[in-house]
Design a protein around this ligand. Structure first.
Ligand code: GLC
Length: 566
């Protein structure tokens, strides 16, 4: 990554993680090596060359720690052990070695807002053992719950524990009790875990819901009329958050602070807070995962909402402004918590065109692209014909509460198929064979119905390979600083079909023009007069015969192209 001799000086500080493309692996659904139907670490090791071919620079592995798997590993019962479902610590070490041997870095998920209720700390705390007494947030209640806060996956944030005779707080499921960060001993335990993993040679963390760790003093009732979860004004970006972040960086990262990357998943984050947590107020985070574009097409989680391309542009442009001011961001359209971006922002009927267009669009912004497994072959949302096919605790809770209120599955099926997190959690489609080549056993979640045509083997043999396009796009980033560090300028901001970006870097000998058609129409892009397109060259396009001069171009459905302007 040291190309300082040949490339111009850039205005932002050079960082490996700004130049990287991150690949997110949800190991449960990636590749199963032992036939139990659940993906595992040796399965990831088998695919390291695949990642290397794609050209990614860093892998983010979602949790593989010991866990009862109520929330697929986001309920950790031992932070220093690998869950036997996923393999052993030796397997994990082998993975790290194999990745590093290919210059691919590894970041681990750090889930420390809460633990599993099976963690030894919680077991001791619920028994009232003095040392662990206030490791979690316990309250008594005379009547009803200690307050009116709402949990993320539905229901109250409080569960009564018979053993202790008190309620405990959980912002997610009852099996995920929140840690009490007010307790300095809890914080020390967490920093030890952080250092322990860093000593093992990893390259950073993705920090799960990290801006929820500080709760308002006295845990007051939330305003039920406010938008969003009741109580969130008292648990999002809480009063001691920056203090904890500073301490985490000092005590946890220690002397690795400068070379690792810390990607903060920050619930309900806005650009101003993103600036605060990436350096203005505290600097434990290098970038923050934002969600505004993920909320574009829905109201209140399960209800669909109409959206316009201009809304998406406005959101992205606002975040690009924050990046310009110093708040770096991941660029993503799919994750293990979101439906498939191809189904939301593109069109699976135009799989090649829209998958590659969306890739071009995302990578065209300033930030670090995160590719979610399967995105690079154009995987899309799947059918969930019956409630029995649902796996995600959130979707199941939703269906069960609707059912209890008198609904039939047919009434909610469309919502679930549109938004369920299970959409992105179906097995990676490796080939057209049994279970898409994911497992020799029975997969823990049904395979997407299109696996015979949409799979890695078929895609890589195709003339119109999504994988190949991603490979070229990723390689382009490696060779062109304008894509990484260039200023972002949104062209034709009011156009309802065309998303056009101009990237400029004063020190470079060229600009970049990125053109994306977000629909199946054939709109014409008219370059603003200020843009000099005379010596344009196409560097990447998802059609064979892109226009040579982008001054005025009629775009094909879901067309995308990147031009160098000299
Ligand atoms: C994050 C994770 C999600 C998990 C939740 C609770 O949002 O990405 O998968 O359910 O935190 O840990």
């Amino acid at each position: 990554m040291d190309d300082a001799d040949t490339t111009p000086v850039v205005p932002d500080r050079r960082e490996w993680w700004k130049e990287a493309v991150v690949y997110q692996i949800y190991p449960r659904s990636f590749n199963d090596s032992d036939g139990d139907g659940i993906g595992d670490i040796p399965g990831v090791v088998e695919k390291v060359d695949y990642l290397d071919d794609l050209g990614v620079d860093c892998v983010w592995l979602t949790p593989v720690y010991e866990s009862p798997q109520v929330d697929n590993g986001y309920d950790v019962s031992d932070y220093r052990a690998i869950d036997p479902t996923y393999g052993s610590m030796d397997d994990w070490e082998r993975l790290l070695e194999e990745l590093h041997a290919r210059d691919i870095r590894l970041i681990m998920d750090l889930v420390v807002n809460h633990t599993s209720d099976q963690h030894v700390w919680f077991r001791r705390s619920r028994q009232g053992e003095a040392e662990y007494d206030d490791y979690y947030i316990w309250r008594e209640a005379e009547e009803g719950y200690p307050n009116n806060w709402e949990a993320h996956f539905g229901g109250p944030t409080w569960t009564y524990d018979e053993e202790r005779g008190e309620y405990y707080l959980h912002l997610f499921t009852p099996e995920q009790p929140d840690l009490n960060w007010e307790n300095p001993r809890v914080r020390e335990e967490i920093y030890d875990i952080v250092s322990w993993w860093l000593e093992r040679g990893i390259d950073g963390f993705r920090l799960d819901v990290i801006n929820l760790i500080s709760k308002a003093e006295g845990l007051p009732d939330g305003d039920p009329d406010r938008e969003g979860l009741t109580g969130s004004e008292h648990f999002v970006n809480g009063p001691r958050m920056h203090e904890y972040f500073a301490e985490l960086a000092r005590e946890g990262y220690g002397d690795r602070a400068g070379d690792i990357v810390a990607v903060g998943e920050c619930a309900h984050i806005d650009p101003e807070t993103a600036l605060d947590v990436t350096g203005r107020e505290s600097d434990a985070l290098d970038m923050t995962i934002f969600f505004e574009h993920m909320e574009l097409d829905r109201d209140d989680r399960w209800d669909e909402r109409e959206w316009a391309l201009t809304d998406l542009k406005a959101i992205m442009a606002r975040w690009q402004d924050a990046v310009a001011e110093g708040a770096w961001v991941p660029l993503y359209h799919t994750s293990h918590d979101q439906p498939r971006g191809l189904s939301r922002f593109g069109d699976p009927e135009y799989r090649y065109e829209s998958a590659t267009m969306l890739a071009t669009w995302l990578h065209g912004h300033r930030g670090t692209p995160f590719v979610y497994q399967g995105e690079e072959i154009g995987m899309s949302n799947v059918d969930f014909e019956t409630p029995a096919s649902l796996r995600d605790v959130w979707a199941r809770n939703y269906w069960e509460s609707e059912r209890d209120a008198g609904a039939e599955y047919a009434d909610v099926r469309a919502d679930i198929e549109r938004f369920s997190r299970d959409n992105a959690r179906t097995p990676m489609q490796w080939d057209g064979g049994d279970h898409a080549g994911f497992t020799d056993g029975e997969p823990w979640i049904p395979v997407g119905e299109d696996y015979e045509t949409v799979n890695v083997a078929a895609d890589r043999e195709s003339e119109r390979s999504v994988f190949e396009y991603y490979r070229e796009l990723i390689a382009l980033r490696e060779s062109d600083d304008v894509l990484v560090y260039g200023d972002f300028d949104l062209l034709v901001p009011d156009h309802e079909e065309i998303y056009a970006i101009h990237r400029t870097l004063a020190e470079a000998d060229h600009d970049l023009l990125i053109l994306c058609n977000f629909g199946d129409g054939t709109p014409t892009f008219e370059a603003p007069e200020s843009l000099d397109t005379d010596d344009a060259t196409v560097v990447l396009a998802n059609r064979e015969d892109p226009a040579a001069d982008p001054a005025a171009v009629e775009l094909r459905p879901y067309e995308a192209a990147i031009y160098r302007l000299f």
